[in-house]
Design a binder for this molecule. Structure first.
Ligand SMILES: [Zn+2]
Length: 260
């Protein structure tokens, strides 16, 4: 599969979604997992380096015209999806004409950030690695959108579990919510628009108690499923299900959905 990128077409596109769409327009054959390294190379990125001991997550070093450059990313061999997201993020800086040619991006800038350019690079990374049409095709194809299916999607798209959850939450027509926890305390949550208001604050105790598994990764064979009874949610005549998967003795993802 050859990727071709005509950089001249990008000089006036500043919207991260439109930049990703232009790549797909020029290369309609691209499928998942999206070949992000090949796309970067076709756009003029000469080298993509990984480094172990660096105090940033990703960096871009390009010429002034941004026709040629180098991307460096922090090695996360346990999570190739995270490495792919960093490469896509730096490519998002490179292809956006509003962004300068050099960036040093820290881990926090690749997750929650208020910095406009970092947010734009993250949006680009999400759109290019998890195009809406492919995500929708997946979630519309399954009779049951549960945590196992979501973990399988992360593998198919080769992205981190957190990344696919954010995209699925944004696009799901079915009410679903995901609560990320650490040591039985809420870190944050992500939910579909039609899921009821969820009164949870970061650092508060999880409404359900989790026995965290020591596994290195979130593994689908370790999902624990039960009826959800202790969540601060309005009454519904449908049964609420909670599924939890955990790792490293302290990290958990709990999915809530209604049984139809
Ligand atoms: Zn950045």
């Amino acid at each position: 599969m050859t990727i071709q990128i005509n950089l001249a077409n990008f000089t006036n596109i500043v919207d991260p979604l439109k930049i990703a769409e232009e790549i797909f327009r020029q290369n309609p054959h691209i499928h998942i997992p999206v070949p992000i390294r090949e796309i970067a190379k076709a756009a003029g990125i000469k080298e993509i380096f990984s480094e172990k001991d660096i105090d940033f997550e990703g960096a871009l070093l390009a010429n002034e015209e941004k026709t040629s450059g180098v991307i460096t990313y922090k090695e996360h061999t346990d999570c190739p999806g995270r490495e792919r997201f960093t490469i896509a993020h730096e490519l998002g800086h490179y292809l956006n004409p509003k962004h300068k040619q050099n960036f040093n991006c820290e881990a926090k800038q690749l997750s929650f950030t208020n910095h406009e350019k970092e947010k734009e690079a993250n949006l680009f990374a999400s759109y290019i690695l998890m195009p809406d049409k492919f995500v929708l095709k997946h979630i519309n194809s399954t009779p049951l959108l549960d945590l196992k299916f979501i973990l399988e999607m992360a593998e198919k798209f080769s992205v981190s579990t957190e990344a696919i959850i954010h995209t699925v939450s944004r696009l799901s027509k079915i009410p679903i919510a995901f609560i990320f926890s650490i040591d039985n305390k809420v870190r944050y949550f992500s939910k579909s628009k039609n899921f009821p208001y969820l009164n949870l604050r970061p650092k508060q105790k999880m409404p359900t108690s989790i026995l965290y598994s020591e596994n290195e990764n979130f593994e689908k064979q370790n999902i624990i499923r039960k009826k959800a009874i202790s969540w601060p949610l309005p009454y519904s005549d449908k049964t609420l299900i909670e599924e939890t998967v955990s790792s490293k003795g302290k990290y958990g993802i709990t999915m809530l959905y209604y049984q139809y």
